[in-house]
Design a protein around this ligand. Structure first.
Ligand code: NAD
Length: 482
């Protein structure tokens, strides 16, 4: 299937006849050639989705929920193969890819439930203060939607968009990242296997400049949901502004982790490492700015250095591997560029800072920690999207909150403290979409995902994720006519 696109329920050749090489980042070997779509293929995919919308939008929520549950069960049945496909393309340890697939299953099941509940929410009466009139509300699918995803959590980010879009009654065109298309293409095979009507899901691989921009500019697209960088998010927003169309943006982050003076240092070490080195730090929500109370900084940094240097790097499929390579050569170069910039700025390295030793091939970088990073350093302010942690100390709760909020981004934050009232008080003052207290980054389908400030517009997951694909319609008439 890799040399074809999934359009109108079928695997079809790309009109350009061109292909894109897909790389295993641990070995740098080409593992597949996928069909590279073009604007003409986007046209075909949007036409198929438009035709399918006529009947799919009329199905009941219960009918759509049944399809979503069937998709969840198919993913479950093929979970190990999907995880392996994802690891081999993204480079993440197999244990992490398994968590991704479980997250995707939970998301499909969750939106199956919300689809089933939609029917009872239709034509709900809205009490009016004005006498003599009756009004009721309906929730109707937005139309044909375009979904554009990045490469760091393939299949998960996709589930966060595709499942609620289908639950709402939308049909769609998915554009996977050109870097990790393999596991995303499996969704076409899964859709076929559960008998999803042709044209409801369409998948067009290809570059952002060809396929992505054709999708955002297409006149028959009702809305775009985009996850990716701020640079491209701005381009997408400009394209949609010209057409005044709906848009959700899940963009970058530079999230803080606050460690208070009463923190349990061993637990703090685990949570800090998880927040920055999971997925080789390629997480929009990476807690890449560490703020530590000055009274515990020396002991904590000692533990962090030892634990970081003990992390096992390697191929995704090697037993016990805790961190894989960066997912692409381009990302490797970007991250190494930031590390070199930090060194040129004279920042103090606690550990790391080099291409990882012992690997003849692959985009491996040592997990890296810079300390006492000034707040005007690019490393403190910009999203690096790699295994690079920047540390500063603080002396008071108020200073910690000020430093944490001093960012263009506001996606997530972590707080480590044994004083629950203090942690809650701080959480309420942080400008971020999701705050974790004394835990790793737990994301459940029921909770929202999205950011304050430049981290994006709108929310995914939870009922908010479904609302993004629904239009609200009111029907109002005189009571006398009823
Ligand atoms: P990217 O912006 O380079 O690409 C994202 C997607 O957009 C890809 O599919 C790409 O092909 C496509 N694209 C590129 N140019 C386009 C154009 N002109 N028009 C339409 N589409 C285009 O991002 P990336 O490098 O794939 O992912 C990393 C970024 O994603 C990071 O900034 C990260 O923070 C962000 N991200 C955010 C979240 C979140 O939930 N907030 C989640 C994951 C990743």
């Amino acid at each position: 299937m890799y040399d074809t696109l999934f359009i109108n329920g079928d695997w079809v050749a790309a009109s350009s006849g061109k292909t894109l090489a897909v790389i295993n980042p641990a070995t740098e070997a080409v593992i597949a050639e996928v069909a590279a779509g073009s604007p003409a293929d986007i046209d075909s995919a949007v036409s198929a989705a438009k035709a399918a919308f006529t009947h799919w939008s009329k199905t009941s929520g219960a009918q759509r929920g049944a399809y979503l549950r069937a998709i969840a069960r198919r993913i479950e049945a093929g979970a190990e193969e999907l995880a392996a496909l994802s690891s081999g393309n993204n480079g993440k340890p197999l244990s992490e890819a398994r968590i991704d697939i479980d997250d995707a299953i939970a998301t499909w099941d969750y939106y199956a439930g919300l689809a089933e509940q939609l029917d009872a929410r239709q034509n709900a009466e809205v009490p009016l203060a004005m006498p003599g009139y009756r009004s009721s509300s309906r929730l109707e699918p937005a139309g044909v939607v375009g979904l554009i995803v990045p490469w760091n959590f393939p299949f998960v980010t996709t589930a966060w968009k595709v499942a609620p879009a289908l639950a709402a009654g939308c049909t769609l065109v998915l554009k996977p990242s050109e870097i990790t298309p393999l596991v995303e293409l499996q969704l076409g095979a899964i859709a076929q296997s559960v008998g999803l009507p042709a044209g409801v899901i369409n998948i067009v691989c290809g570059s952002g400049s060809d396929v992505g921009s054709a999708l955002t500019a297409h006149p028959d697209i009702a809305k775009i949901s985009f996850t990716g960088s701020n640079r491209v998010g701005e381009i997408v927003m400009q394209s949609l502004a010209k057409q005044v169309k709906g848009l959700s943006l899940e963009l970058g982050g530079k999230s803080p982790m606050l460690v208070m003076d009463d923190a349990d240092l061993d637990q703090a070490t685990d949570w800090i490492l998880g927040g920055i080195f999971y997925n080789a730090g390629q997480m929009c929500s990476a807690t890449s700015r560490l703020l530590v109370h000055e009274s515990i900084a020396p002991q904590l940094l000692q533990r962090l250095k030892a634990a970081t240097e003990a992390l096992k790097l390697g191929d995704a499929f090697e037993e016990g591997v805790q961190m894989g390579p960066l997912t692409s050569k381009a990302q490797f170069d970007t991250v190494m560029g930031y590390i070199e910039r930090g060194q040129a700025e004279g920042l103090t390295l606690l550990t790391g800072g080099r291409r990882a030793e012992g690997f003849e091939r692959g985009y491996f970088i040592e997990p890296t920690i810079f300390v006492d990073v000034p707040t005007d350093s690019a490393l403190w302010r910009e999203e690096i999207f790699g295994p690079v942690l920047c540390v500063r100390t603080f002396s008071s709760e108020a200073q910690a909150i000020t430093l944490a909020n001093d960012s263009d981004f506001g996606l997530a934050a972590g707080i480590i403290s044994q004083d629950n009232a203090k942690a809650q008080r701080i959480a309420e003052q942080l400008q971020a979409g999701h705050i974790w207290i004394n835990s790793l980054q737990l994301v459940c389908p029921e909770t929202s995902w999205g950011g304050f400030k430049r981290s994006g517009i709108g929310r995914e997951l939870g009922p908010w994720g479904l609302a993004a694909y629904l239009e609200v319609k009111h029907i109002t008439q005189p009571l006398a006519e009823l």
